[in-house]
Design a binder for this molecule. Structure first.
Ligand code: ATP
Ligand code: MG
Length: 193
């Protein structure tokens, strides 16, 4: 099969919020992707703390948030692999399935700025292109070795950390999270005190 262009959008999704959904939609509108694979990290080792919600719940929330969007596939590949989640491992797994594919790693400006400290960053730069989504207060300056494209998008001032804090204060998450994610959060009392 002729090579496709596949996007890869990885995250902790603890929980997935309106900023993530906007990033996915803007990237699909802006970059010519045949498919966008959304992966849920097992152990986001660059973060100080482990995720609040367990992997199964973050996967269910990611499915609820993204799988109704055309061309998006939510994958549990990183959760099944377990251990520290290195994007290079995921990219190599995608390329092992389909060696002719072009891979575009989609990431927010904050993640783009940290790329240089990712595991095997040089190997990653040689294998993928990146698409950088704007985030308020962060300049989108990926390391030079990466071939980068800036996605056109209105910034969304939202993070999972701020959503968890709002939930812990007992605030209504409607508007911050997709409706289907709100239902899962409430049904499983995911971030309640
Ligand atoms: P946390 O506060 O726990 O770090 P987060 O909101 O940053 O959560 P992550 O799961 O860490 O979410 O991020 C996954 C990807 O989504 C990263 O590439 C991140 O830069 C991007 N991202 C997260 N929030 C936004 C946003 N509001 N706008 C654009 N990109 C975002
Ligand atoms: Mg983050």
């Amino acid at each position: 099969m002729a090579g496709r262009t596949r996007g890869l959008f990885g995250g902790t999704f603890d929980p997935p919020h309106a900023g993530h959904v906007a990033a996915v939609r803007a990237t699909l509108a802006d970059a010519a992707l045949d498919e966008l694979v959304v992966t849920v990290a097992a152990d986001p080792w660059l973060k100080g703390d482990p995720p609040s919600a367990p992997g199964w719940a973050r996967l269910a929330m990611a499915e609820a948030a993204f799988s109704s969007i055309d061309r998006v596939v939510v994958s549990d590949l990183e959760l099944r692999r377990g251990g520290p989640t290195y994007t290079i491992d995921t990219v190599e797994a995608l390329l092992a399935e389909a060696p002719g594919d072009r891979i575009v790693v989609v990431l927010g400006a904050d993640a783009a700025a940290s790329l240089g400290s990712w595991h095997r960053a040089g190997d990653l730069a040689a294998l993928v292109e990146i698409a950088v989504v704007p985030r308020p207060g962060v300049e989108a300056t990926p390391p030079e070795e990466f071939s980068a494209h800036m996605v056109l998008m209105e910034e969304v001032d939202l993070s999972s950390t701020s959503v968890r804090a709002a939930l812990e204060r007992g605030e209504d998450p409607r508007g911050l999270l997709p409706e289907a994610v709100v239902r899962l959060v409430l049904a499983h009392r995911l971030y309640a005190q």
